[in-house]
Design a protein around this ligand. Sequence first.
Ligand code: PLP
Length: 427
Amino acid sequence: MNDLHARHRRVLPDWLALYYDRPLEITHGEGRHVWDAEGNRYLDFFGGILTTMTAHALPEVTKAVSEQAGRIIHSSTLYLNRPMVELAERIARLSGIPDARVFFTTSGTEANDTALLLATTHRRSNTILAMRNSYHGRSFSAVGITGNRGWSPTSLSPLQTLYVHGGVRTRGPYAALDDTDFIAACVEDLKDLLGHTRPPAALIAEPVQGVGGFTSPPDGLYAAFREVLDAHGILWIADEVQTGWGRTGDHFWGWQAHDRNGPPDIVTFAKGIGNGMSVGGVIARSEIMNCLDANSISTFGGTQVTMAAGLANLTHLLEHDLQGNARRVGGLLIERLRAATAQDPGVREVRGRGLMIGIELTRPGTDRADPDRAAAVLEAARAGGLLVGKGGGHSTSALRVAPPLSLTVAEAEEGAAILESALRSTR
Ligand SMILES: Cc1ncc(COP(=O)(O)O)c(C=O)c1O
């Protein structure tokens, strides 16, 4: 074991998982590439868990951060903060939420925690509807709405959570139905559930489940849910921590795949917007955002240096139409991966949209997850010069492919070839 790994093990928690038998120390990056401490170069198809959204060492972000750091890094929200107001204005406009207010946090967890505080206070209910196989963060409240056993270290919770069907299209009791019947069955189940419970505050859902292995319902499920929720006054919270900012290619927000009824009541975001600087947040109509009757601050939320990074990153994303790039290059990549794995009996499904692609591995001839092969593919891909992630509900047996949104066609082809040979070598 190398020295840094041994020191990590001695001083950091056991539950802080590390990838690879010989964990990697990444020392620098550029574009879609990173280098390790031994000087090896890798094509990065995971972006620090979908967080390096545009590119590593994007010059505009680096410049904005260093210039802002040279002026002032932080003043707290007790004072006016120009970059925070500017980024809030831009995000409010992009959200489509009428009379939107934005509150900045330092992480996705804190964003979801805030959304739960707002929804439960607004509705005077601590009952929350969440999806099976969901992940929304690591705090006490976020763990309480996590429908994924692998990320649920406790069942104690300040919330009463009811888990709804529908986040996973190809597993569960409705998997054999066609899309229309699948949606109808999930809606019936939701209606039935609501007949047995105290009125919930909100439904929270990831439009494409991230940690769950890039699983999703058929388009339109959340619009169909929305009609039921609206009839009961229940709020709809879209957790866009992984799916926001054009990652899914077809849409700027993941919820737009379900569009019919317009934007959700509350949207949460984090990860990609800061390109690695810690920016998270909540967007809600003023009536919901302003329902708290006591002060509430996040000391580090909206600090100038992170807001400067967010502004520069968002400007680059929009000016270079990286959503369009995610649609085009992601479309080629998924087709390439589907073709490469079509004859592999251990590949159950290649799914996703844009640059959010999941490859679910099962033991050949069964429907049982194959986490050992997923781990072996990760190792083999690394040896070939490619970093990918993994995830999944029942066990971590889905490979997760989520490069920065500026991925070129040549890089997509190179990465697909490495992944194809990693899959072949582990059959
Ligand atoms: C959908 C989703 N929500 C919330 C979170 C929590 O975000 P953070 O790790 O920044 O607290 C994550 C993190 O992976 C996530 O994928």
